[in-house]
Design a protein around this ligand. Structure first.
Ligand code: FE2
Length: 285
């Protein structure tokens, strides 16, 4: 097509090809994306100099850095709420079940298997937390022998992958639920943490006056027979960031922990400081 103008360029781009014969779904996504991108450029009258800043920004996002060996594209989609919109769309048909959530960029394959009841990490300054979970379906049927992956930061908000001084696989675990769908483990109350801000994402947050904190949470993936893989995050109500989490993923899956500080309780648990407990039953879609 020649005679390109501001009025016809969007249609020209969309129709430049076989209009979806090769890949209908890709063409549907592409068409909408082009429409919105061109509309955005027109709305803000994007200059060529500003477009170049955007190009440089995307280039930097894709570069490996200290915190993200695969670059920051995943982090950026989280901080823009893009990851959460897809989760909300996918979770919308599910009713009465534990809500889905994003996996986040710090899941790693090959989690160490730990026995039901195990302690999942070491943190000399941590607040001990004893967790009891049940896993069941919508009808209340226990999910026996479900594979449950758990990962979280330590009490200071650091994942072991981000700090060379932390033991390998600290606070990462793979469990199997028991025959009656139960799982207990010992951990510490996870700390709030900022997303790494030394790269382009941090620069964006700073220039927008946004804080980069994630509210305290634990990540889970549950694989139960007959159910699709289920990924979620459990948030803690006591976190000061529970109402302003930087990836917009705090919804209704929020829990309270119960403090225990009587000497006889501490002795019975074998801990030398006040500890916390938490019970939560997962309803898996
Ligand atoms: Fe996390």
């Amino acid at each position: 097509m020649s005679g390109i103008t501001l009025e016809n360029i969007t249609e020209a781009v969309i129709n430049h090809g076989d209009k979806g014969k090769t890949n209908p779904r890709l063409h549907e996504i592409y068409t909408s994306l082009i429409k919105h991108l061109h509309a955005f450029q027109k709305e803000v009258s994007l200059t060529t100099a500003e477009l170049d800043i955007g190009r440089q920004f995307l280039f930097k996002l894709a570069q490996p850095n200290h915190d993200f060996p695969m670059g920051e594209i995943h982090l950026m989609t989280d901080c823009l709420g893009i990851s959460e919109v897809s989760i909300l769309l996918e979770d919308a048909p599910n009713h009465g079940t534990t809500e889905m959530n994003v996996e986040g960029p710090l899941f790693i394959g090959g989690l160490p298997e730990r026995p039901n009841g195990a302690k999942i990490g070491e943190d000399a300054n941590g607040k001990p937390l004893f967790i009891t979970h049940k896993f069941q379906d919508k009808n209340g049927k226990p999910l026996a022998n479900a594979i449950v992956d758990v990962w979280q930061p330590n009490g200071e908000g650091n994942y072991f992958v981000q700090r060379e001084n932390l033991p390998e696989w600290n606070f990462y675990a793979r469990f199997h639920s028991s025959a009656n769908g139960e799982l207990n483990f010992e951990t510490v109350v996870p700390g709030d943490y900022p997303v790494p801000t030394s790269g382009p994402t941090g620069s964006m947050l700073q220039q927008l006056g946004r804080h980069g904190y994630r509210a305290s949470h634990i990540h889970y993936i549950v694989r139960a027979e007959g159910h699709p893989d289920f990924t979620t995050m459990m948030y803690f109500n006591h976190s000061p960031y529970v109402n302003s989490d930087t990836i917009f993923s705090v919804k209704d899956f929020r829990v309270d922990i119960v403090k225990h500080d009587k000497p006889e309780e501490m002795q019975a648990r074998g801990v030398d400081r006040p500890f916390y407990t938490l019970d939560y039953t997962f309803i898996i879609p």
